[in-house]
Design a protein around this ligand. Structure first.
Ligand code: CA
Length: 583
């Protein structure tokens, strides 16, 4: 196995996969590298039959710019009441937010995949807008979900860049104003279906154990219902124990005679108390005992979630609009689809699992059609982090010919683009032009808070959405009233921090900071990595040594965002540190 350009050999086999693509092709400051990345993306544009090319320098893209300008001008001169005149009773759409799990930038046909077929998800691209510069912006599940629901960087919290485990409390302070609170305040019914992965309960609650966490036989509270959701049906996480489904505050199907218990990790250290037990990331060996009647099998989980989501839509008959947060379990490992999908793809279980996911999304879109909701619903579709090539040997997928993260370097848990750049699709018939592509708007899932606040003409208080910037302008081709995002902080599972501004991305370390990252420092190499993503999306050519003034500027901007406790103008915050201790 060759050593990668940044020497991150600690990240194992995936580097050799990357090396197969001969990084030398990307090493020179050559147009060839640019063209290679761009040609790949151009294929994506063609596959989605987009109206626009994504390349700023091309003639087609100038058409894009002109079209956006014309639309913006037309919108500007329309009376305000007509701008969002929707078929719904009051003009505001339902919002269906579909969050895939571990879906990579190259996993969908509409983002360039050729070894799998995702026609139902591609439909969203064909009938809506595809974004190419969207970010999670964290590299794993929990912190991204925190960003989405709060509009605040998760590295300001005790979870840092990693995930909560079955014995962790609710990460979001119940007093914090959330995206669900925003929708509810504006008259929406709110529901969360699927993977939660933000923890339940709090230390000191009845039944709490300092090592094992909440008592799953009691009320799981606080949880989603304390954060603005009217209804919750879902599971705490995927993969780790316990394997159960909860509805609102209760585990479904629990037999009092067979209580569900978490069994402690056998490794040294877990006899410690809650605050001093080993950090998250080591807790995967927690087990489950009892609760037999509550257990699900992985192969049935997608079916059960799909059935619940479809039934929720079929039964929805309220006058008020809804915000449905559908957090899917696919395509997070274990890669076990329902038996009827096994063998349906050319690339084994990974592709089969993608096919199951696409089927599931298709069922949900069919439910919108069947209930006359398609025209009244803004569908947003994205992923919580990049795809996984390899970090859990048992799940190593056979992916010959399939580039999980497309042209991007890295994978889930790293701060390279492969870990944090995600597909993002938006469809609202009549309001978002069909088949369009936006390659220029830098944003993150953190930005949903400010986006919908601006849409509702809702001034965010200073202590809400501290790192959130609206993308209303890019989403709906309208004049934007609030500041646009100029920089974005991203982080890895091990809190390797990066900051993006324009095409430049500074990684404040020598590696990608992935799950297997070890904090070793090579004095022979530059302290950080500086990439120009506009010239070279692949992140092989570092300009760190040649652009010290730019490195200093970006470091200064990051330090400001860190120490001011916020990045959104008008917000406030206390000086923060990266991953503070648990409260
Ligand atoms: Ca994930």
């Amino acid at each position: 196995m060759r050593r990668s350009v940044d020497g991150d050999s600690s990240q194992g086999e995936w580097i050799s996969l990357a090396a197969e693509e001969s990084p030398k092709r990307y090493l020179p400051f050559s147009n060839g590298a640019n063209l290679r990345d761009h040609a790949k993306l151009d294929q994506l544009g063609n596959r989605a039959q987009c109206h626009y090319s994504i390349f700023p320098s091309t003639r087609l893209n100038s058409m894009l710019a002109r079209t956006h300008l014309l639309v913006a001008l037309a919108v500007f001169f329309l009376p305000p009441s007509s701008v969002f005149c929707a078929p719904g009773s009051d003009g505001r759409p339902n919002v269906l937010f579909i969050l895939a799990d571990d879906l990579g930038y190259g996993d969908l046909s509409c983002y360039g995949a050729t070894k799998v077929s995702t026609p139902h998800i591609d439909r969203l691209a064909e009938e809506g807008r595809r974004f190419l510069d969207a970010h999670s912006p964290s590299s794993v599940c929990t912190p991204t979900r925190y960003n989405l629901l709060t509009g605040r960087y998760a590295w300001r919290t005790w979870v840092g860049g990693s995930t909560v485990w079955a014995n962790d409390p609710l990460l979001i302070d119940p007093d914090r104003y959330t995206l669900a609170d925003l929708f509810r305040e504006h008259g929406y019914a709110t529901a969360c279906l699927g993977k939660w992965h933000l923890g339940f309960g709090e230390p000191g609650m009845e039944g709490w154990d300092d090592v094992l966490g909440p008592d799953y036989n009691r009320l799981l509270k606080p949880g989603p219902l304390e954060l603005g959701f009217d209804y919750f049906w879902g599971f705490p996480h995927v993969g780790q124990y316990p394997h159960y489904i909860a509805e609102n505050h209760r585990v479904v199907g629990l037999d009092p005679e067979d209580p569900l218990r978490i069994t402690p990790d056998k490794r040294p250290g877990f006899e410690l108390d809650y605050r001093s037990r080993p950090r998250s990331g080591l807790a995967a060996a927690l087990g489950q005992a009892g609760g037999v009647a509550t257990r699900y099998e992985h192969e049935e989980l997608s079916d059960r979630l799909t059935e619940r989501a479809v039934r929720w839509l079929d039964e929805y008959d309220e006058e008020r609009p809804f915000f449905l947060y559908l957090a899917h379990r696919n395509i997070h490992g274990p890669l076990i689809p329902a038996p009827r999908f096994v063998g349906t793809s050319e690339i084994g279980p990974y592709g089969d699992f993608l096919h199951e996911f696409d089927w599931s999304v298709g069922q949900v879109l069919d439910a919108l059609d069947r209930n006359g909701l398609t025209e009244k619903t803004l569908v947003l579709f994205t992923s919580d982090n990049g795809g996984v090539k390899e970090y859990r040997p048992n799940d190593y997928p056979v992916i010959e010919g399939h580039r999980i993260n497309g042209p991007l370097r890295g994978q889930k848990t790293t701060v390279y683009e492969g870990g944090v750049r995600v597909p993002f699709l938006a469809r609202w018939p009549g309001h978002i032009p069909a088949g369009t592509t936006d390659a220029v708007t830098l944003f993150a899932l953190t930005d949903m808070m400010a986006t919908f606040a601006e849409y509702f003409d809702h001034d965010l208080p200073p202590n809400v959405g501290e790192d959130s910037f609206s993308i209303v302008g890019a989403l709906f081709d309208r004049t934007q009233e609030t500041p646009r995002r100029e920089s974005l902080v991203m982080d890895s599972y091990r809190e390797m921090m990066a900051i993006r501004r324009g095409p430049w991305k500074l990684i404040m370390g020598q590696h990608g900071g992935g799950a297997r990252y070890r904090k070793t420092f090579d004095p022979e190499r530059p302290e950080g990595q500086l990439f120009h993503l506009g010239n070279e999306l692949r992140e092989w050519v570092s300009h760190y040594r040649t652009r010290p003034e730019l490195v200093a500027e970006l470091e200064e901007e990051f330090a400001r965002i860190l120490h001011e406790g916020h990045s959104r103008p008008g917000a406030t915050g206390d000086p923060t540190v990266i991953r503070p201790d648990r409260p």
